[in-house]
Design a protein around this ligand. Structure first.
Ligand SMILES: NC(=O)c1ccc[n+]([C@@H]2O[C@H](COP(=O)([O-])OP(=O)(O)OC[C@H]3O[C@@H](n4cnc5c(N)ncnc54)[C@H](O)[C@@H]3O)[C@@H](O)[C@H]2O)c1
Length: 386
């Protein structure tokens, strides 16, 4: 079994180390901040104790998992690794620097992976002498609990490295999907309208925060409403991702951020972590009641879902991933109640096209342009499945 090196012992690096060690690998976890390493070790101890209490692991297993992780203060400890996963700050120059150093240390056949959420894998690979061994392996937070992992080969990545990475991550009990090296990969691209269209409905006064969240959970079947979720993620973080995706798509209006979100982030109304976001989390604060009008709720759900379907169809149209992987990514990665392409079949492709065209006609905005794939399928009477 290969040794796994992980760089960055923050939220993601610690979680990935736990996953790899649980699968039986010896893990070397490096961070340039010794305090972060100590915190990571203490956090894992707590998690392991909890799993033993809940009888998910025996005390011996928990001990063995912890014993397989070595907390190291030098990249030179990676010299016997077969795979490195980098999970440091989301900064291209810092990451490129680390990859350049790494290549001087690790064996020639060691795979170099990045957990980046938004940066170009090709740009990271380009600093390496052998860019064919660089790949994106994108876990979701928290890594031990989230089943999905997106695997992103860059234009330089070899077929063997892609195959080996998929097999390895699958052997850790994860579901892998393969995505093209484009902004947001699958999940963070296709999910944009979940936030964006909810914000648009709010800004237009179509419905309030509580009503939109109620509709999406109670009628739509989503685990969390968009505003509850944005408050959970943090409005600063969610805004930054939205703005990054918008820029990375050369300012395609489909991904335009909302002023409502920008202002909340600027005001420090970050969500749960600051005590206030779309909702008030301070002690004694009451959450507003939704308007439980079923017809209004159905309109809200369909407007957001059709935008999500359109995004999923366009991702397929542009070969970002396969039909199955797009549906799998959204159900396993963000717990959507159904795959979006399957949902499109159920609602009828015609109905999706009609709704998109009605919206575009009403707003005259490119934001509502219908995917050419949906239009073509409606014309030819096709379905995504069967
Ligand atoms: N948090 C998420 O939900 C999430 C999900 C998927 C992917 N990601 C991606 O994973 C990466 C890490 O995110 P995170 O949330 O774990 O961040 P984090 O801030 O929790 O942890 C980053 C860690 O990297 C360390 N670090 C920074 N620069 C370093 C360097 N040059 N060398 C060694 N260590 C260094 C820091 O000390 C810190 O401990 C980012 O690329 C992020 O985009 C994050």
């Amino acid at each position: 079994m290969i040794n796994v090196g992980i760089i960055g012992s923050g939220a993601m690096g610690s979680g990935i180390a736990q996953v790899a060690a649980t699968a039986g690998h010896t893990v070397f976890l490096y961070d340039n901040n010794p305090v972060a390493l100590e915190r990571s070790q203490a956090k894992l101890r707590k998690i392991m104790n909890r799993l033993v209490e809940k009888e998910r692991l025996t005390a011996e297993e928990a001990e063995a998992i912890q014993g397989r992780i070595q907390y190291v203060d030098s990249l030179y400890d990676f010299k016997s690794s077969g795979l490195i996963i980098e999970a440091i700050v989301e900064d291209l120059e810092v990451k490129r620097n680390v990859f350049e150093q790494l290549e001087l240390i690790v064996p020639e056949d060691c795979i170099l992976a990045t957990n980046t959420s938004s940066l170009s894998i090709a740009a990271i690979a380009a600093v390496c002498k052998d860019p064919s061994r660089v790949i994106g392996i994108h876990f979701f937070n928290p890594a031990p609990l989230m089943k999905l992992v997106e695997i992103i080969p860059a234009v330089q990545t070899s077929g063997a490295v892609l195959k080996h990475s998929q097999e390895l991550v699958q052997s850790w009990g994860k579901t892998t999907v393969v995505a093209k090296d484009t902004p947001g990969f699958i999940v963070n691209r296709v999910a944009r309208p979940f936030y964006g269209e909810a914000l648009r409905l709010l800004e237009e006064g179509f419905a309030d925060v509580a009503t939109i969240d109620w509709a999406m959970t109670e009628i739509g079947g989503f685990r969390m409403g968009p505003f509850t979720l944005m408050d959970y993620i943090g409005n600063d973080v969610n805004y930054k991702v939205t703005a990054t995706v918008f820029g990375a798509f050369f300012y395609d209006p489909r991904y335009k951020p909302a002023f409502t979100q920008k202002r909340l982030a600027e005001a420090g109304y970050l969500g749960r972590k600051s005590g206030r976001g779309y909702y008030d989390y301070r002690e004694g604060a009451q959450h507003p009641d939704p308007n439980k009008d079923k017809k209004l709720g159905e309109q809200i759900v369909w407007r957001i879902v059709v935008m999500l379907i359109n995004e999923a169809a366009d991702a397929l149209y542009l070969n970002i991933a396969s039909r199955e992987d797009i549906d799998l990514a959204m159900t396993k990665g963000v717990n959507y109640p159904k795959g979006l392409l399957k949902w499109a079949d159920e609602k009828g492709i015609h109905h999706c096209v009609e709704t998109m065209d009605r919206l575009q006609h009403e707003y005259l905005e490119d934001r509502y342009r219908c995917s050419p794939l949906l239009r073509r399928m409606a014309r030819d009477g096709e379905r995504f499945y069967g």
